[in-house]
Design a protein around this ligand. Structure first.
Ligand code: ARG
Length: 588
C-alpha cells in the first residue's frame, strides 16, 4: 500500500467515525507544498450529507487524525480543507520500504487483466512519416505502464495489409510486368521465393497506383477486381501480396529497432481473412447486420444520438470487406483467441467516428460482451514549428526515418557543444548519441497530452537544459556518477534517516507520490502524466543535491542515507523514463 493509500485509510476511518462516507477521506499530495505535504478535501462533500458546516466536520476529523503517531500536524484551512503532515520518521520508513520493493512502491494490478494495445497501424507499401511517431510512441508507453504493474499486456501492430491499396498494387504491377508468374492463372507453382519488388519499389508504386485509380476508371475497375480476387484467395495474388507484406515488415523492423518500439503480435487486417464470411453470416443471423442497396450494413445510431451516425459498412456492393469488417473480426479474434479483457486503440483522433461505429457494432453484435472494454485512446497531430501541419518543402509529410536521422545528428552536436560523452569509445558514444536523440523526440512527443496537437520543435527537444528528454537522461547519469564517485571514496548507501533538510524532504515526498502517478497515467491512458512527474522529480533531485553536500558531509550515517536517496531517486527516474520508452545511458 502506498503512503497516500495508508493516509487515505487513516483519514477515511476518521470520516466514518464522524458519520460521513469513508471514501471522502481520500488523501492526495498537496497542491500547496509550502502549506502542507498532503491534503484532503472530503469535508466539503460531507457537509452536504451531514448538514453541518464543512469546517466543523474538518475539525472533528482533524482531532481524530492528529492522535495518530504518524502525524505531526493536522490543520483545517479555508472552507474546510485538511492539511496534513507526517513525521520525518514516517518518510524515512517509507523510503526504506520503497527501496526494498522491486516495483519501487507501484501498486500491483489486482487482478491482472489481459490487455491488447493496438498501436502503430503502419500500412503495407507506405513509408512511415512523422505522423506515425505519435501512435507508436504513445502506444508503446501505454503498453509498458500496464506491463510494469503486472497486467498481461500485448502490443499488436495491426498492419494495414488489406483492401483496395493491395489491389491497386497488384494492378499496377500486372500492368508493368504481366509475364510474372503471379499473374498467370495457369501457373501451378511454386512461386519464386525472392520478392520481385523491394519496399522502395512499393513505396514508389503505391502513390502512382492510387493516383491512377482516381483518373483512370479502367485501372480502378481492375484494382477493385484484383482486391476481390485477392480476398477470395487467388493463389498468384496471395503469393505476391505475401511478398508485399514481408518486405514491408522487414523495413518496419529496422525502424522499430531504432525507435525502441516492440510488438508482441504482428497481426494485421488480413489476419482475419477466415473470420470475415462467418462473421457476416453470424451478424445477419442475429439480425444485427442487414442488407442495404446491395451492401450489408449495421445500423449503429441510437435514439439518444443528436446526430445520426452513418451505418457501419460490413460488405460493400462489390462483395468486398472493409476496414470496419476487418476491425470487427479483429475484436472477435482478440476476445475469443487472446481472451482480451481490455482493447486499447492508440490511433489518430480523426478516426474517432470509425471507432464509435465499430464499438457499437461490436456490442450490438455480441462480439464484445460487458466483460470487455473497448477504448479509443486517440492521438492528435504533429505540427511544424510554425504551428501549421508539418510538411516538407515539397508538401509531403517528412519521412520518419529521415526525422530520426536529423534528430540523432542534432543530438550529436548537442553533446559536442556541451562537451559530453567525450571520453567514450566511438561505438559507445554513437549508442549514447542515438539514445539522446530518441529521448529528445520521445519526450517532446510524450510531454504533451496525447490528444493535443503539438509543434515538432527539434531544436528545443534536443536541448540539454529545460523540460527535455536529454535533460532527464543527464540528471539520471549525474545521479549515477555521484554513486560511482562515492564508491571510490568507500562511501556506500546506508539506512534512510529521517530527512533533516527541506529540499531532502521535498524529494522524498516526490518519490512517495510515484505510485499514484502511475495509477493516474494508466487510468487516463496518459503518458504525459509520467513525463511531467519525471521532470519534477529531476528538479527536486537537483535542488536536493545543491543543498545537501554528500561528499562534504561529516556525519557518515547522514552521508550514507543521502547516498541511498540518490540511488532511489535514480531508480525511480529510470523506471519513469522506461515507461516513456526512454533509455538511460550509463554515462554521458
Ligand atoms: N492502418 C490504419 C491507418 O493507417 C490504422 C490502423 C489502426 N488500428 C485499427 N485497429 N484500426 O489508418
Amino acid at each position: 500500500m502506498s503512503l497516500l493509500r495508508e493516509l487515505s485509510v487513516l483519514v477515511g476511518d476518521a470520516f466514518s467515525e464522524v458519520g460521513a462516507e469513508r471514501r471522502l477521506g481520500e488523501v492526495s499530495v498537496s497542491q500547496r507544498p509550502d502549506l502542507a505535504q498532503f491534503q484532503c478535501n472530503g469535508a466539503m462533500a460531507a457537509a452536504k450529507t451531514l448538514g453541518r458546516p464543512p469546517r466543523d466536520i474538518a475539525s472533528d476529523v482533524a482531532r481524530i487524525v492528529s492522535t495518530d503517531a504518524r502525524m505531526v500536524g493536522v490543520e483545517v484551512a479555508g472552507p474546510g480543507f485538511l492539511n496534513l503532515h507526517v513525521t520525518d520518521e514516517v518518510l524515512a520508513q517509507w523510503m526504506t520500504k520503497t527501496a526494498a520493493d522491486d516495483l519501487l512502491g507501484l501498486h500491483r494490478a489486482q487482478p491482472p487483466r489481459s490487455i491488447i494495445v493496438d498501436y502503430g497501424g503502419p500500412n503495407v507499401a507506405k513509408d512511415l512519416h512523422v505522423g506515425h511517431l505519435r501512435p507508436h510512441v504513445i502506444g508503446e508507453s501505454i503498453k509498458r505502464m500496464h506491463l510494469v504493474v503486472g497486467h498481461d499486456a500485448r502490443g499488436d501492430v495491426h498492419l494495414g495489409d488489406f483492401g483496395l491499396p493491395m489491389g491497386q498494387l497488384l494492378a499496377i504491377l500486372e500492368d508493368a510486368d504481366p509475364d510474372l508468374p503471379y499473374f498467370d492463372e495457369a501457373f501451378a507453382g511454386p512461386y519464386p521465393e525472392v520478392s520481385p519488388v523491394t519496399v522502395e519499389d512499393l513505396q514508389r508504386l503505391y502513390p502512382l497506383a492510387s493516383a491512377r485509380s482516381k483518373t483512370e476508371p479502367s485501372f480502378q475497375a481492375k484494382a477493385q477486381q484484383a482486391t476481390v480476387e485477392l480476398q477470395a484467395g487467388r493463389p498468384g495474388y496471395v503469393a505476391l501480396w505475401e511478398h508485399f507484406r514481408a518486405v514491408t515488415i522487414e523495413s518496419l523492423k529496422v525502424i522499430y529497432q531504432r525507435l525502441g518500439v516492440h510488438f508482441e503480435l504482428w497481426l494485421g487486417e488480413a489476419s482475419t481473412g477466415e473470420r470475415l464470411a462467418p462473421l457476416v453470416e453470424l451478424l445477419l443471423d442475429r439480425g444485427v447486420a442487414v442488407q442495404s442497396d446491395g451492401a450489408i450494413v449495421i445500423h449503429v445510431t441510437t435514439d439518444e444520438d443528436k446526430k445520426e451516425l452513418p451505418p457501419l459498412m460490413l460488405r460493400n456492393s462489390r462483395g468486398g470487406s472493409t476496414y470496419a469488417t476487418t476491425d470487427l473480426a479483429t475484436i472477435q479474434e482478440r476476445v475469443d483467441v487472446f481472451e482480451a479483457e481490455d482493447i486499447i486503440y492508440v490511433v489518430d483522433l480523426r478516426q474517432s467516428l470509425h471507432f464509435q461505429q465499430l464499438f457499437r457494432a461490436a456490442r450490438l453484435g455480441g462480439i464484445a460482451g460487458d466483460n470487455v472494454t473497448l477504448t479509443h485512446a486517440g492521438n492528435g497531430t504533429v505540427n511544424g514549428p510554425d504551428g501549421k501541419p508539418f510538411k516538407t518543402r515539397d508538401g509531403d509529410l517528412p519521412r520518419l526515418s529521415e526525422l530520426l536521422d536529423v534528430t540523432v545528428d542534432l543530438a550529436r552536436s548537442r553533446l559536442d557543444e556541451n562537451q559530453l560523452a567525450l571520453e567514450l569509445g566511438a561505438s559507445e558514444r554513437e549508442d549514447v548519441v542515438r539514445m539522446v536523440g530518441m529521448a529528445a523526440l520521445k519526450y517532446g512527443e510524450l510531454s504533451n497530452h496525447r490528444t493535443t496537437n503539438y509543434s515538432f520543435d527539434i531544436e528545443r527537444f534536443t536541448q540539454l537544459q529545460g523540460k527535455t528528454g536529454p535533460y532527464l537522461q543527464y540528471v539520471a547519469v549525474r545521479a549515477q556518477s555521484i554513486i560511482d564517485k562515492a564508491a571510490t571514496k568507500d562511501i556506500v548507501a546506508g539506512d534512510f534517516l529521517a530527512p533533516s533538510d527541506a529540499k531532502e524532504r521535498a524529494l522524498v515526498l516526490e518519490i512517495a507520490a510515484w505510485p499514484e502517478i502511475v495509477d493516474r497515467a494508466i487510468e487516463t491512458l496518459s503518458p504525459n502524466v509520467i513525463a511531467e512527474y519525471s521532470y519534477e522529480l529531476a528538479n527536486a533531485f537537483n535542488h536536493f543535491y545543491d543543498s545537501c553536500h554528500i561528499m562534504r558531509e561529516n556525519d557518515p550515517a547522514r552521508q550514507q542515507s543521502w547516498l541511498a536517496l540518490v540511488r532511489l531517486t535514480r531508480a525511480v527516474l529510470v523506471q519513469a523514463l522506461d515507461l516513456l520508452t526512454i533509455e538511460v545511458p550509463e554515462r554521458m
